[in-house]
Design a protein around this ligand. Structure first.
Ligand code: A2P
Length: 289
């Protein structure tokens, strides 16, 4: 997969997301990162359809929600996403979280499928063979959980792991491990998401490098992500920012190293961690399996 700049549609609300996807496709984006849980797949599908861009020129991702990990629930969940998106296949389908809930339960943990995601994965492999998905991957898996999955005799290895990566949570160990093991990382909340974007873009090193290179702070941060070797999923519903975020540059090595050092210079601060909100009783990013 190429190191490209992409359009994420998480937290883009109804009425907003269609115009954001249209603006992104018009600006030249060809990768749309969505999910069943974002509850906007119909609008995303409509905008893709109305763009007139042939389906095969677009890389379309969706994600399997936590309530549908039981093997018999996987294909119906995928079919629902395909139907809403108005497409016959996905380029990439991810297990959204390494946490399985009972189908009907309100965040009731399915302990077995959380401890052992292989039955879910086997079903996804079948759906690749059926032609409904081109690639399968994972999201929000820490190293222990990845190893727990890949210790099984997989027919298809995870193509990517989509995780939070940003200036305040750069995860250098996970990035190194992924590179060493041939796993592509996709960066969500690359600008620090809604609540940390201002702080991120005000970091003195980010500001200085942007000024030096005559680019915007967001372009400096996105270029840093690309240069780290990740696939970047910036989210914006603002057409001018959508265009801005696609203009990445090759950072001089010393500028890249300055940003990498500045990102590592403080204790990591994760933006997204639903462990408490889901009442898990453990931190899904910290635990060992
Ligand atoms: P908006 O969607 O209103 O344009 P992340 O990609 O880390 O999830 O960050 C998303 C947040 O960053 C949103 O609040 C988004 O605002 C904002 N954002 C996206 N691109 C830019 C940019 N180029 N400059 C400033 N803020 C941006």
């Amino acid at each position: 997969m190429a190191e490209v700049c992409l359009s994420g549609v998480w937290k883009a609300g109804p009425g907003e997301v269609g115009q954001a996807v249209s603006a992104a496709l018009k600006a030249g984006y060809r990768h749309i990162d969505g999910a069943w849980a974002y509850r906007n797949e119909e609008e995303v599908g409509k905008a893709i359809h109305e763009s007139g861009i042939p389906r095969e020129q677009i890389w379309l991702t969706s994600k399997l929600w936590n309530n549908f990990h039981a093997p018999e629930d996987v294909e119906p969940a995928l079919d629902e996403s395909l139907g809403k998106l108005g497409t016959e296949y996905l380029d990439l389908y991810l297990i959204h979280w390494p946490i399985a809930f009972k189908k009907e339960g309100n965040n009731v943990l399915d302990v077995e499928l959380t401890a052992d995601p292989y039955p879910t994965w086997k079903k996804l492999e079948e759906l690749v063979d059926k032609g409904k998905i081109r690639n399968i991957g994972i999201s929000n898996f820490n190293i222990a959980r990845i190893k727990n999955l890949t210790a099984n005799p997989l027919k298809y290895q995870p193509a990517v792991n989509q995780v939070e990566l940003n200036f305040f949570n750069p995860q250098p160990e996970l990035l190194k491990w992924a590179k060493d093991n041939g796993l592509v990382l996709e960066a969500y909340s690359p600008l620090g998401s809604n609540n940390q974007v201002k702080e991120t873009l005000s970091v003195p090193e980010v500001q200085a490098i942007a000024k030096e290179l005559n680019i915007t702070p967001a372009q400096a941060v996105i270029s840093w992500h690309v240069q780290r070797g990740t696939v970047v999923l910036p989210k914006s519903v603002t057409p001018s920012r959508i265009e801005e975020n696609l203009q990445v540059v090759a950072l001089p090595q010393d500028a890249f190293e300055k940003l990498e050092a500045a990102a590592a210079a403080h204790p990591p601060k994760r933006v997204v961690n639903p462990s408490q909100g889901w009442g898990l009783g453990f931190d899904l990013f910290e635990d060992e399996w």
